[in-house]
Ligand binder design. Structure first.
Ligand code: AHR
Length: 471
């Protein structure tokens, strides 16, 4: 039976601005994400670079993840680089450091991304991280600035966002929240003197850790710009052979991400009391299927996984559900970074040898481009299985509507200000459909027809699909 649903965009009560940083990404030296996926030994893969530019990729976090708390930045600069044990999430690789600070930051410039570097608080020191900030950002004529110049970069890189460790409750040193909070104070106090304009990210986790870290930082909140939380979805069963119930469970879990943001905002406000604006950095999010779970949520076994998993239409719908929540929480969230950018976990791009293909999640992200820098708008919907998000910018409106039903299409009657000029649909016969090296366009963006009825537009949305309409 087809559902009939009315969707009304409320142009009168804007929620806030949707920063492109909510569409950030995460590149870790883990499995085939950086080495092989992005970096081909001495250059970035041109096909991947072009696809990232077009996605687009406004913001990119590097080099980890757990890798960050092992990483020594000096290994990745200059003409002679040591080969080290590359370590993250139980994997050990021979890491020749050919992809280092200059390569990464220049890559960001080429794809139009602002950069976010995560510093080492596990095996590093305050001085090491201060030196990295100085090396990247100073215009004062110091020895580190001269070294940067002799390595080919005259202008400061101007890296704005710096993570002070990563998951320091676990892989980043197994700190207690109080010890981490005190260490954070020491790091951030020194770092801030190196670059007054940079933004510092403190590491959060679940409620108890967050409360205790915030308690330790109370009185020093001027040292904190962003509060990091991570959310991986693990309840959706297998990546490909999932049931209808597991399909809905994954979407539910994606929706719940918003609750985590709201809960974290309340904790921060309880301490900041309106005196300091601290953004929530959801700097790792996405699906983590059991096939890729040798290490990570709900597992501590290391089975030699490479962290690669199926990337189906269902995962793209889950990403879209989360993005709806990000728009509603755009005043609380200061950044979101999908994990990870190529090949690993919830990747928008996959590669195999010379072949590259875009996953359904890439297409959903691309369809959200009109929402960048727009004002998020409330949407009223009178049906359970359809959800939507809308925004307006320079007098133009964009609405992304999702039919979540596993089996049934939906007739959506849309009332919005202005005349639509563009309709884009992401759909496929099965929610388990995906792209691959031999079928790179099985799931792709297609045009969709709509009919005008009075002042409304009527669209027939296929089962488990997403459409973006732009005026
Ligand atoms: O994204 C994979 C890993 O998940 C990251 O290295 C870590 O931060 C998280 O536990």
């Amino acid at each position: 039976m087809q559902q009939k649903v009315n969707v009304r965009v409320d142009g009168e009560r804007p929620i806030g601005t949707i920063s492109p940083r909510l569409y950030g990404h995460f590149a870790e030296h883990l499995g085939r994400c950086c080495y092989d996926g992005l970096w081909a030994g001495d250059h970035f893969r041109p096909d991947v670079l072009q696809a990232l530019r077009e996605m687009p990729t406004p913001f990119l976090r590097w080099p980890g993840g757990c890798y960050a708390d092992h990483y020594h930045w000096r290994d990745g600069i200059g003409p002679t680089r040591p080969t080290r044990l590359g370590m993250s999430c139980g994997l050990q690789v021979e890491d020749d450091n050919s992809l280092g600070t200059h390569e990464f930051l220049e890559f960001c410039e080429q794809i139009g991304a602002a950069s976010y570097l995560a510093g080492n608080m596990g095996s590093g020191s305050v001085q090491e991280m201060c030196d990295w900030v100085e090396y990247c950002n100073t215009s004062v004529n110091t020895t580190l600035k001269q070294e940067r110049e002799s390595n080919g970069r005259l202008e400061p890189f101007g890296v704005k966002v710096w993570g002070v460790g990563n998951e320091n409750w676990g892989c980043g040193g197994n700190y207690s929240p109080e010890t981490y909070g005190l260490e954070y104070r020491r790091y951030a106090t020194m770092l801030r003197d190196v670059d007054h304009s940079a933004e510092w990210v403190v590491c959060g986790q679940v409620k108890d850790w967050n409360e205790r870290v915030l308690e330790t930082l109370k009185g020093h909140l001027e040292l904190v710009s962003h509060f990091s939380i991570h959310q991986y979805w693990t309840r959706g069963g297998p990546g490909r052979d999932f049931t209808e119930a597991q399909y809905y469970e994954l979407l539910k879990e994606a929706d719940e991400t918003e609750n985590f943001v709201v809960e974290t905002r309340a904790l921060i406000e309880g301490v900041a009391q309106g005196k300091r604006k601290i953004g929530i950095a959801l700097d790792e999010w996405g699906v983590w299927h059991p096939e890729a779970r040798g290490w990570g949520p709900d597992s501590c076994e290391i089975k030699g996984h490479n962290y690669e998993q199926a990337c189906t239409l269902r995962d793209a719908l889950a990403a879209n559900a989360a993005l709806e929540g990000f728009h509603r929480q755009c005043n609380s969230l200061s950044m979101c970074n999908l994990a990870q950018i190529v090949n690993v976990l919830h990747a928008p791009i996959r590669t195999e040898g010379d072949k590259m293909w875009l996953t359904p999640t890439y297409h959903v992200l691309h369809m959200h481009k009109p929402h960048f820098w727009a004002e998020a708008l409330p949407v009223e919907i009178d049906g359970e299985m359809v959800s939507a998000t809308a925004s307006s910018k320079s007098g133009r409106t964009a609405v992304t509507v999702m039919n979540r039903h596993f089996k049934e299409s939906a007739q959506v009657r849309l009332s919005l200000p202005g005349e639509p000029i563009r309709f884009e649909l992401l759909a496929s016969e099965s929610a388990a459909d995906e792209n691959g090296p031999d079928a790179p366009e099985r799931v792709r963006i297609q045009p969709i027809a709509a009919t005008k009825d009075g002042n409304d537009w009527v669209i027939e949305l296929p089962k488990h699909s997403v459409v973006t309409i732009q005026t």
